[in-house]
Write a protein that binds this ligand. Sequence first.
Ligand SMILES: Cc1cc2nc3c(=O)[nH]c(=O)nc-3n(C[C@H](O)[C@H](O)[C@H](O)COP(=O)(O)OP(=O)(O)OC[C@H]3O[C@@H](n4cnc5c(N)ncnc54)[C@H](O)[C@@H]3O)c2cc1C
Length: 472
Amino acid sequence: MIISRNDYIERLSGYRREIYVKGEKIENFVEHPNIRPAINAIAFTYDLAAQKEEYSPFSELVHQKVNRLNYVNRTPEDLIARLDYQRELSMRTGTCHYRCPGADAICSLYPTTKALDQRLDTDYHQKFLAFLKEIQSKDYACTGALTDTKGDRSKRPKEARDMYVHVVEKSDAGIVVSGAKIHQSGAFAADVNFVLPTQTFKQGEEEFAIAFAVTPEDEGVKFILQSTGYQAKFREGGSFEPGNFKYGDRLTCTVIFDNVFIPWDRVFVFEDLEANRHLLTGFAVSHRCAGAACKAGFMDSMIGAASLMLKANGLEKVAALKQKIGEMVGISEAAYGIAIGAATKGYEDWGVYQPNTLIANAGKVIGVDGLNKVIMNLAEIAGGIPVTAPSEFDLKNPEIGALVEKYLSANPEFTTEERLKIIKFIEFWVTSSHLLGGIHGGGSPAASIIFLQILADIKSKEEAVKEALGLK
Ligand SMILES: Cc1cc2nc3c(=O)[nH]c(=O)nc-3n(C[C@H](O)[C@H](O)[C@H](O)COP(=O)(O)OP(=O)(O)OC[C@H]3O[C@@H](n4cnc5c(N)ncnc54)[C@H](O)[C@@H]3O)c2cc1C
């Protein structure tokens, strides 16, 4: 089923969630100024799925249309449609839409549970399919929680047990888990949080090799919202002062699992090292490919902002600045092209079509470099004003408003307020959590580079050079 933005928000309003913002437990989280922007961004995924057929494919599992991000990809075309959806979402919201790790969790749990059942004669796949049916038919928004807090990184998980989500108890009814996941994108605004392992584990570390789903009725789940300058800005109010005032910064939280009971129906991997590895590989490749398309969308948003800024400043005819926009377009298309390349040269994994591992990891590395370069170009085009401008409140102040209006005006085709809106939006792009989100989200570049080193066929490249040079 495809539900509307209002259905999603209404359903969310019914959840009783323990959420902390700036040291306080909040009531009515749906209307909170720090949380509402993330809800608006997720709501936009519902808008777009309702508008475009390719974003709401027919699912054989539930015999109805479902959101593209809750769908199991079977073909390259499925994957490409997802990438296009994500690029458009990123461009039109200028932020995270939060459902991407949920989509990756679905497309990696599907093959992992299938392979696990074949190996151990268990019924994880049937349980997963039953849960996926519920997700698809209710059009739940899902997120994915992998990153453990880890503590002292030089220690193995056993030596820092509390810093990794782990099993505390098991019974006929289910398991009890404890620990915390950090940097969780939009978890407080979703219907389902898939919880996946943070890394591969060795023999003896099985208690950490678990995957399950958390739903709003589960007790003992606490969300602590990130606190950055942008959150303070959103609390300060104003109609456009926070830049991306509708959809907000990339909103993350720390999720604490305080002895949370999970029924077996929602446990999809239990203390199995091989399944753990299978799951992580599938998640990483899916997420890194989608991440490249998503970054292209962010770059598109910055291209739009750069072009508007040039016009608002009366600089749109300056060749050197227009060239910077050309470079930005080239980088955005390159990131998208890598994602599409990974999608067309992918592989079949127990019924799921996954992107090409080598190319998807290249997408992560190039996407991050590209994002950095595009932010630099945007900053250069914008001049210093995104970090020096007065506020919306100064513009509206009866004593100094007229002065701000006068001295911040430029091209008369733009009002000062319009120019200031563009300036604040660029401030958001260059100073918000986007750059760090781009670098580390989906795993730091170092993790992708390790994959690339392992997977690349360096030998054949060496042989080619040897042959060309006549070396033995
Ligand atoms: C905005 C944002 C959104 C995110 N959203 C999500 C989400 O929705 N779900 C989710 O699960 N995660 C999410 N992440 C987490 C992301 O996957 C992690 O940031 C990333 O995996 C790196 O982990 P860390 O930040 O804990 O780095 P740390 O573990 O603190 O490491 C710091 C640096 O050291 C390197 N490093 C660490 N240990 C080693 C080692 N042993 N050897 C070599 N290098 C090492 C790391 O690669 C990194 O560069 C998000 C992150 C950000 C910034």
